[in-house]
Design a binder for this molecule. Sequence first.
Ligand SMILES: [Zn+2]
Ligand SMILES: [Zn+2]
Length: 115
Amino acid sequence: MRKEQQIKNTLGLCAICNNVHTSNYVEVERDSMVYVCSGCVEKAIDNFIWICLSCGKSFIKPKQLVIHRVKDLELKRAYMLCQDLLIIQGIESCISCHPERIVEYMETLISSVEC
Ligand SMILES: [Zn+2]
Ligand SMILES: [Zn+2]
């Protein structure tokens, strides 16, 4: 899941379910591609998906839940506009890698969502 790892026109293991080999991939961050199978792309219709670029763990959160939890009205509106888009984003570290950093990170993540 590192930047130097080039994705060619080959099959790779889906980064989200780690279960299916696929030739579909998405850009989760600038220059950072991961394979995502069509089943998981479908999951992204109803869920926001974050993939940890350090350990490869993925986090799937229902969009409705995320939107419901956002208190900031501007942000809520931004998320609602994102509702129909596929959001699969890379994060630098997750709760397994850096438990102490994740809260801070999720806050910046939420405030930096753009559509
Ligand atoms: Zn998958
Ligand atoms: Zn991680």
